[in-house]
Ligand binder design. Structure first.
Ligand SMILES: NC(=O)c1ccc[n+]([C@@H]2O[C@H](COP(=O)([O-])OP(=O)(O)OC[C@H]3O[C@@H](n4cnc5c(N)ncnc54)[C@H](OP(=O)(O)O)[C@@H]3O)[C@@H](O)[C@H]2O)c1
Length: 112
């Protein structure tokens, strides 16, 4: 027995046939382990790619968290280094880095 794919829409109505990605409202993303390999090799390149395609929210910002004691500029320099293989346009890279912040501390520390 074959079932119709769409039962509730009139003929010709294509809603439901496509996956429509919605850009979320202003949001912050916290990355725990921001000084680590996963962040550098996977997460930040993926986020930068979304940024370049304008698929991140207008008010997006990223907070990296780990034990290493980075100043904000050091953390941003690490992110820039991680993105070097993508050969990012300077202005786009600068815009992305302005959305990135760092909070150092140990997860065991309740004051973090
Ligand atoms: N790397 C990959 O491609 C990959 C792929 C899939 C899954 N994973 C998983 O993702 C996780 C992270 O992997 P990774 O390769 O990024 O590891 P990693 O390079 O060893 O990085 C670990 C990160 O966690 C931080 N960290 C560890 N203990 C902490 C604590 N007590 N308080 C605050 N920060 C702490 C480290 O900070 P400091 O060094 O600054 O102390 C560092 O930023 C692991 O569970 C791994 O199995 C990784």
């Amino acid at each position: 027995m074959s079932l119709p794919l769409v039962t509730s829409l009139p003929p010709g109505d294509v809603r439901g046939s496509f996956c429509i990605e919605e850009i979320p409202r202003e949001s912050a993303l916290v990355i725990f382990g921001a000084s680590g390999d996963l962040t550098s090799r996977k997460l930040v390149p993926a986020l930068f790619s979304l940024y370049g395609k304008k698929r991140l929210p207008q008010g997006f910002f990223l907070i990296g968290c780990a034990r290493s004691a980075y100043r904000e500029d050091e953390f941003r320099a690490r992110l820039a280094a991680a993105l070097r293989p993508q050969d990012p346009p300077a202005e786009e890279l600068a815009g992305f880095l302005r959305c990135c912040f760092y909070l150092g501390g140990d997860y065991q520390d309740s004051g973090l």
